[in-house]
Write a protein that binds this ligand. Structure first.
Ligand code: ADP
Length: 461
């Protein structure tokens, strides 16, 4: 099959979160399974022409290769994409995001024709590329080149929908008849993700549990009704992990490579992490976090509990950026507990790897979690995840390989942390659990096979 993966971020070219991990790894897995895949993304400032050996294909279009022979195309627009951020900067989202991603979607469709790549399926991701299915079924409906192209929309997080003011609707170049509740309107605003849900041939989320959760009022963020109507075409496929990036045996970013056969290597990573973070070199449970600082990631209850947590017999290393209020709380905490807590308010790929390798427990108490990669990565590094039972966390972590609490309350979080600390003292039981953690395999191959099945189903429709 001929497949286009179209996304606003793709690892290793540009990344703000798990979306990039997925769109970077899935094409490689599809290629390994014999599919013909190409990738489209915007040419951001951070996509360096020199580093990636970009070739100019034509005005506004560059390309490079990844995997064995996957062409990655970069859509250029200096005004829209030559900026420091992907979606915004410290002061907030870019005010012209609707125009930016509308441009990207239209250009992607046009360039497909220019490079003469007629795909069987265009696989789009989140609100930024949700206009592609909309345009295919409206603006480009009569064109023979686009006939029979199927679309799959993956929702990585339904909390982000691409909401814009009604006054901007004309910029989309769509007929005004589409601005109603059966179309892109959402309580008087434009909702791009809603457009994607309605116009794509199928939708999936990134874990089976989350695909059910988003059909409920509690997790649907207002789109549960629209999703219920597309229920027959709504699937849940768990993300995988790219083990060529995330494997403690080959990872070049950690202090010392190790495997399940060599747990000593893991504890050397712990020592080096303590040293790097100016924490005392003592044998105490080290809890790591690599996370966006957002309520979704559990930061509302974490912020309430953090003072109490820092008084426990543990060490805490936190890497993350996000909401200003959490930055301020964490700055205070790091001043108050310098020998317990090490806080890094930035995006840092190297430190992230070192935290996954050097921690005993990976803290991920997300309030809701479409899939979550951190818990799967940490298992591969023999680091036990501590999670709230939701979405992809519920599908991947149990008391067999980590710690799970099922009542989203500060008290229950602290109780679980205390339980982990007390188990840590029982070295035999602890190491048994750590060894078991290594055995979980979330490779992309299995997930990619499920995507191929789904693509095939669409093509056969
Ligand atoms: P998200 O909802 O943010 O996409 P995921 O768990 O699906 O959450 O994926 C997060 C990805 O981003 C992981 O690869 C994680 O290691 C990485 N990440 C998150 N915050 C940071 C950070 N501050 N520095 C480095 N990597 C980060």
């Amino acid at each position: 099959m001929k497949i286009v993966i179209c996304a606003s971020e793709v690892f290793p070219f540009a990344k703000t979160g798990g979306l990039a991990d997925v769109t970077g790894a899935l094409p490689l897995a599809l290629e390994n399974l014999g599919q013909e895949v190409i990738v489209f993304m915007p040419k951001y400032q951070m996509v360096s022409e020199g580093k990636w050996h970009l070739k100019k294909i034509k005005t506004g279009l560059f390309s490079t290769t990844m995997g064995k022979d996957i062409k990655v195309y970069f859509v250029e627009h200096n005004g829209y994409f030559n900026r420091p951020g992907l979606y915004g900067e410290k002061t907030g989202d870019y005010p012209d995001n609707l125009e930016r991603f509308c441009f990207f979607c239209k250009k992607t469709l046009e360039f497909l024709k220019d490079i003469d790549f007629k795909p069987d399926v265009i696989h789009v991701h989140d609100w930024q590329t949700s206009l592609i299915p909309v345009y295919l079924k409206t603006t480009y409906k009569g064109s023979s080149f686009y006939k029979n192209i199927k679309t799959l929309l993956t929702i990585h997080n339904i909390g982000y929908q691409g909401l814009f003011s009604k006054e901007e609707f004309f910029k989309l170049g769509l007929d005004w008849s589409l601005f109603n509740i059966e179309g892109l309107e959402f309580y008087g605003q434009i909702n791009l993700l809603k457009g994607g849900i309605i116009f794509s041939d199928a939708i999936n989320t990134v874990s089976p549990t989350y695909s059910k959760e988003i059909q409920t009022k509690e997790f649907g963020f207002g789109l549960e009704g629209v999703l219920a109507k597309k229920k027959e075409n709504l699937y849940g496929i768990l993300n995988g992990i790219d083990y060529s990036v995330w494997d403690p045996l080959t990872d070049k970013l950690i202090f010392k490579n190790y495997s399940v056969q060599d747990l000593k290597g893991k504890y050397e990573n712990k020592k080096e992490l303590q040293r790097l973070c100016n924490l005392p070199l003592k044998d105490v449970a080290l809890f790591g976090m690599v996370s966006r600082l957002a309520e979704q990631k559990g930061w509302d209850i974490l912020a309430q509990a953090i003072d109490e947590i820092c008084k426990l017999n543990l060490q805490l290393v936190i890497l993350g950026t996000g909401d200003l209020k959490y930055h301020l709380i964490l700055e205070e905490i790091s001043k108050k507990y310098p020998t317990v807590c090490s806080i890094h308010l930035k995006f840092d790929e190297v430190l992230a790897h070192r935290i996954y390798a050097g921690s005993d427990v990976f803290l991920m108490p997300s309030k809701y979690e479409p899939c979550g990669l951190g818990q799967m990565i940490s298992l591969k590094y023999g680091t036990l995840p501590l999670v709230f039972k939701t979405g992809g966390l519920a599908d991947t972590v149990s008391e067999e390989n980590g710690f799970v609490f099922d009542n989203y309350k500060k008290e229950d979080l602290v109780k679980k942390i205390k339980e982990a600390i007390s188990l840590y003292k029982d070295k035999d039981r602890w190491n048994l659990l750590v060894r078991r953690a290594f055995s979980y395999n979330f490779s992309w191959e299995e997930s990619a096979k499920k995507y191929i099945e789904l693509y095939q189903k669409l093509v056969n429709q």
